[in-house]
Write a new protein. Structure first.
Lengths: 111, 112
């Protein structure tokens, strides 16, 4: 079964600092991978997706993620955190129609 | 705005009751998915419909059922409600059997 593990349920960063959110997947074949963001009291919004076209994927709001098959990882990064990045982030994997989400990582940004 | 709409936004009801949550997918999207988000279980896939037919089932209780109508909107029916059913219920849609899903704003269900 497809699954993802997000390391760290909470991450706190200073404004302007690097944001790094970790995601590892389990799959016998390269899956489709996604990062979603959920702002307070809102639904999930797609940040970016990996569909095997390129290992470095650029998304919205300055986020990017790198697919590393050897490490079965798909970590999300942003070079410089902004206060508006405070939210919960979910990594997800799919094969076919079903998405399986990680437990989520809550990001807080310190001024 | 993802283009997916859900009603109602909030729902408060009592144990044992039955409720219906409604979802309208993005224009042209054939697939509708339902998810439950709770503090203890996280985000759980419940069920998927594609062009009116059930396509995939996840962790959906027997007390819950869903359907997708000819106009592609979907309803999630929750019956014999328990306190533990209190959660956010999300609907998502996608254009085909592909992978990118667009989420609605959710319905917050509170069972008292």
């Amino acid at each position: 079964a497809q699954s993802v593990t997000q390391l760290g349920s909470h991450v706190s960063v200073s404004e302007g600092a690097l944001v790094l959110l970790r995601c590892n997947y389990s799959s016998s074949v390269p899956p489709y991978l996604f990062w979603y963001v959920q702002y307070p009291n809102q639904g999930l919004q797609l940040l970016l997706k990996y569909t095997s076209a390129a290992t470095l994927v650029k998304g919205i709001n300055g986020f990017e993620a790198e697919f590393k098959k050897s490490e079965t990882s798909f970590h999300l990064t942003k070079p410089s955190a902004h206060m508006s990045d405070a939210a919960e982030y979910f990594c997800a994997v799919s094969r076919g129609d079903k998405l399986s989400f990680g437990a989520g990582t809550t990001v807080t940004v310190r001024a | 705005d993802s283009g997916v709409t859900q009603t109602p936004k909030h729902l408060i009801t009592a144990t044992g009751q039955r409720v219906t949550l409604r979802c309208s997918p993005r224009s042209g999207d054939l697939s509708v998915y339902w998810y439950q988000q709770s503090l203890d279980q996280g985000l759980q896939f419940l069920i998927q419909y594609y062009n009116g037919e059930e396509r995939a089932k996840g962790n959906i209780l027997e007390r819950f059922s869903a359907q997708q109508f000819p106009d592609l909107h979907s309803e999630l029916n929750l019956s014999s409600l328990e306190l533990g059913d209190s959660a956010l219920y999300f609907c998502a849609s996608s254009p085909d059997r592909g992978n990118e899903q667009f989420f609605g704003p959710g319905t917050r269900l509170t069972v008292l």
